[in-house]
Design a protein around this ligand. Structure first.
Ligand SMILES: [Zn+2]
Length: 435
């Protein structure tokens, strides 16, 4: 008989509803077989974990995950996947995946990476040679010629056939070929770069890709049981992506009312990922520009006044997004958590800092943000029927947490005591003294 794990006396956050006290949850093999406040008959071979009021909740989903972002030996441009060897990025990816798991992330949705890293990490997990969350692997970031990341990262003059985490794709046929190739090699998400902004420079209301190119990507992704996500901080881009069937619209900084409508109509998801822009603006506000050039640049030299204008543009975009995110919540848009972790000022593992922008700065209830991190993430993976909530029949991806994240989301920073992935305990700090 399969050994059962019984979590008793749990403060249950099931991923959808308000907390329930005194819950009992049974895990049998990989699945949840009981969830509720009724008592459970204990069998002699059961492992019983009395949670004594600790929180039990679903494992979290980082829905914008860059496996290769992090410290590199040479941080100077060109950026994004050319700063080190593929071997180095492989090691960085293993470290980042492990950090995510330790911080309660049981699933990630990739958002571009070099050298097939996401696919390799997933394989390494399946073969038992690395400890990784569930991974929905992503392609490289497909960019049109002229994309902001194109000439600016200087890789062009190196005449490299391989552009690290980026891949030039122009035209419908080339799009079909690039999608087919990378999806055929194991990716399940195609990443498109639609517009500039939400990075080191202000947004612009444009789209690098045509409607036809975006639809081609969606069509090929569908045939591989995959989907498309898009770096898309422009109003016109949001509308076009939603209408073309892009599942995850990243950033959406300049979304307007028509964009919200299109996203709702399509059932698409949005990853606001505000931690990066907040961190960028904070750094710039404290920077003494007379003492030293601002260290986050566009890769090409700029006169000082242009640097200041660029920073100011990013700040205005952030102000606009800060007003739009609560409006999206009110309208019923399905939001996700995830950001460019591994970038400066936001190391992998510090995922709670993003959540706190929504709860503390924007005043969104923590329970709502937890739904983005659990139920919505699972739906975006296309696995809402198996993951994302604590319900009978679902897979056992669970966390035990000291404190109640639905009233103080910050307890997720140091309070995670146990991580269960697919019915297996992969982290157990239940007996350690509280930090
Ligand atoms: Zn990103």
């Amino acid at each position: 008989m399969t050994q059962r794990t019984l979590f008793t006396n749990a403060h249950l956050l099931d991923g959808q509803n308000a907390a329930v006290a005194g819950a009992n949850v049974v895990v049998e093999g990989r699945h949840l077989t009981h969830v509720g406040t009724e008592p459970v008959q204990v069998r002699p071979e059961d492992r019983v974990i009395d949670l004594a009021g600790r929180t039990l909740m679903p494992g979290m989903v980082q829905s914008h995950f860059h496996a290769a972002f992090g410290p590199v030996p040479d941080p100077s441009p060109p950026s994004l996947g050319l700063e080190a060897s593929s071997t180095y990025f492989g090691m960085l990816g293993v470290r980042n995946a492990k950090l995510a798991l330790e911080h309660g992330v049981t699933s990630v949705i990739g958002s571009s990476n070099p050298a097939g890293l996401d696919v390799s990490l997933r394989e390494a997990g399946l073969l038992g040679i690395a400890e990784v969350p569930r991974i929905v692997p992503c392609t490289r970031e497909f960019i049109a010629s002229g994309d902001y990341a194109d000439g600016n990262n200087r890789s062009w003059f190196m005449q490299l056939g391989e552009h690290g985490a980026l891949r030039h794709v122009n035209g419908v046929e080339a799009m079909r070929q690039a999608c087919g190739e990378e999806l055929g090699r194991g990716a399940r998400v195609v990443k498109l770069s639609i517009a500039r902004g939400h990075g080191v420079a202000p947004t612009e209301d444009h789209s690098y890709y045509t409607r036809g190119e975006i639809e081609a990507a969606v069509d090929v992704a569908n045939t591989h049981r995959g989907f498309v996500r898009a770096h898309c901080p422009s109003a016109v881009g949001v509308r076009m992506c939603a209408e073309a069937g892009v599942r995850i619209i990243d950033h959406a900084d300049r979304i307007d009312a028509a964009g919200i409508e299109a996203v709702l109509e399509a059932g698409a998801f949005i990853t606001p990922s505000m931690l990066w822009t907040v961190s960028f603006v904070r750094l710039s506000e404290g920077w003494d520009h007379s003492a030293m050039p601002f260290p986050i640049n566009v890769g090409i030299p700029e006169p000082h006044h242009e640097v200041l204008e660029r920073i100011d543009g990013v700040r205005r975009d952030l102000e606009y997004t800060s007003e739009m995110v609560p409006k999206m919540v009110e309208a019923g848009v399905k939001l996700l958590v995830g950001d460019d972790f591994g970038f400066p000022m936001m190391p992998h593992g510090d995922y709670v800092s993003e959540y706190e922008i929504y709860t503390e700065t924007l005043g969104i209830p923590p329970l709502v943000v937890l739904q983005w991190a659990t139920r919505n993430g699972a739906e975006a993976m296309g696995r809402g029927d198996e993951l994302g909530t604590v319900e009978v029949g679902k897979l056992a991806d669970l966390l035990v947490v000291d404190g109640d994240p639905s009233t103080d989301i910050g307890v997720l920073r140091d309070g995670i005591r146990l991580v269960m992935l697919d019915g297996e305990v992969v982290r157990d700090r239940l007996e350690e003294p509280a930090s």
